[in-house]
Write a protein that binds this ligand. Structure first.
Ligand SMILES: Cc1cc2nc3c(=O)[nH]c(=O)nc-3n(C[C@H](O)[C@H](O)[C@H](O)COP(=O)(O)OP(=O)(O)OC[C@H]3O[C@@H](n4cnc5c(N)ncnc54)[C@H](O)[C@@H]3O)c2cc1C
Length: 325
């Protein structure tokens, strides 16, 4: 068992954690990033990224995040391959007592400031064809991928705020949007429902659950061609032809670790002071998708990662801790 000490400990290696690392390293805090089970985060499971500023041509998600990591290491970040399984914030507010985190490896990590950047994962339906056609017509992010379906027929699966927002957003690109919901009413806020039901380019298929996704998974193949549905009332099977299906049944922030130790909201997201990355514990900062259920983009994750590092640097300077990187 090894104890790793740093002035800035970062949990998570997506755009939020890596941006915090770049800023923290350049401020002389010798950050440690504990990477977790998905080094590089969600961008490693996508392909084309067209909306990250600075790149006129289409870039690949895994390449973008690899560049961020290379930059973070270049300026002095230590990347460690471990997953945090427990945290101890009992030293908060006491001089010289760092924030502690325990790795799956048994190693202990101590930071004068802690940045939580553990992200969130889209909830999937778990039906056949979904993962095989992910990135080939099946997506969980209309803001990210809607542009690729310009002029095509698309479907959105779900009945909450996210699903209705995604359907409305997709009308910017498609004139033929279908919302598929397994019940006979949506849970979305009234104002969203009004916009949904009055939109000329959106139709709703009620009482339908997705049985499986249909398509051609071969490289260069057609990708998604349809969604096989079952009527939840009659049991009747049907096929909804489409080239783009957006699964919008919510996200799960990776915050199990922090339950009872940090203030979380009803959805499990880390609560931060409005407009800041400051959590309910001074010295613990949160950035990226783990504290943001609204925007959920690489650039917003990077932006809040920057803010977390700047605030962590101020916190460490004000408290003049002893631990050295
Ligand atoms: C398929 C897909 C396509 C997308 N396309 C785009 C796009 O085109 N443009 C765009 O801007 N955004 C896109 N996004 C969204 C974007 O990827 C996310 O908003 C962004 O990655 C969030 O960054 P993050 O750093 O907050 O979290 P994440 O990227 O989720 O990273 C979380 C990190 O935390 C680590 N972690 C979790 N738990 C632990 C633990 N216990 N211990 C240690 N580490 C832990 C994980 O291993 C991971 O490294 C897409 C997302 C998906 C899923």
């Amino acid at each position: 068992m090894t104890t790793h000490k740093t002035r800035m400990l970062i949990i998570g290696s997506g755009p939020a954690g890596l941006t915090a690392a770049i800023y923290g390293a350049r401020a002389g805090l010798s950050p440690i990033v504990v990477q977790g089970l998905q080094p590089g985060g969600q961008l490693t499971i996508t392909t084309d990224v067209e909306n990250y500023p600075g790149f006129r041509d289409v870039i690949q998600g895994p390449w973008l995040v690899a560049e961020m990591q290379a930059q973070a290491e270049h300026v002095g970040t230590r990347m460690l391959w471990d997953t945090i399984v427990d945290v101890d914030f009992s030293g908060a507010g006491k001089a010289g007592a760092p924030f502690r985190a325990i790795g799956d490896s048994g190693d202990v990590y101590e930071g004068d400031a802690l940045v939580i950047a553990t992200g969130a994962q889209a909830r999937w339906l778990g039906v056949p064809g979904e993962q095989e056609l992910s990135g080939k017509g099946v997506s969980a992010c209309a803001t990210c991928d809607g542009f690729f379906y310009r002029g095509k027929k698309v479907v959105v699966i779900g009945g909450g705020n996210t699903a209705v927002e995604e359907a409305l957003y997709l009308t910017n690109h498609s004139q033929d949007v279908t919302l598929i919901h397994r019940r006979d009413s949506v849970r979305a806020e009234k104002i969203l429902q009004d916009r949904l039901f009055t939109h000329p380019n959106i139709k709703v298929l009620w009482n339908k659950r997705v049985d499986h996704f249909v398509g051609d998974t071969a490289i260069g193949g057609a990708g998604l061609t349809g969604v096989a549905l079952i009527d939840t009332v009659t049991g009747e099977a049907s096929l909804e032809p489409t080239q783009g299906a957006f699964v919008a049944i919510g996200h799960a922030p990776a915050t199990e670790l922090f339950k009872g130790k940090l203030e979380l909201d009803a959805g499990g997201y880390v609560v931060v002071q409005p407009g800041t990355p400051k959590t309910s514990i001074p010295g613990v900062f949160a950035c990226g998708d783990v504290m943001d259920h609204t925007y959920r983009q690489a650039v917003t994750a990077a932006g809040t990662g920057c803010m977390a590092a700047l605030d962590a640097e101020r916190f460490v300077a004000e408290h003049a801790f002893a631990a050295k990187g």
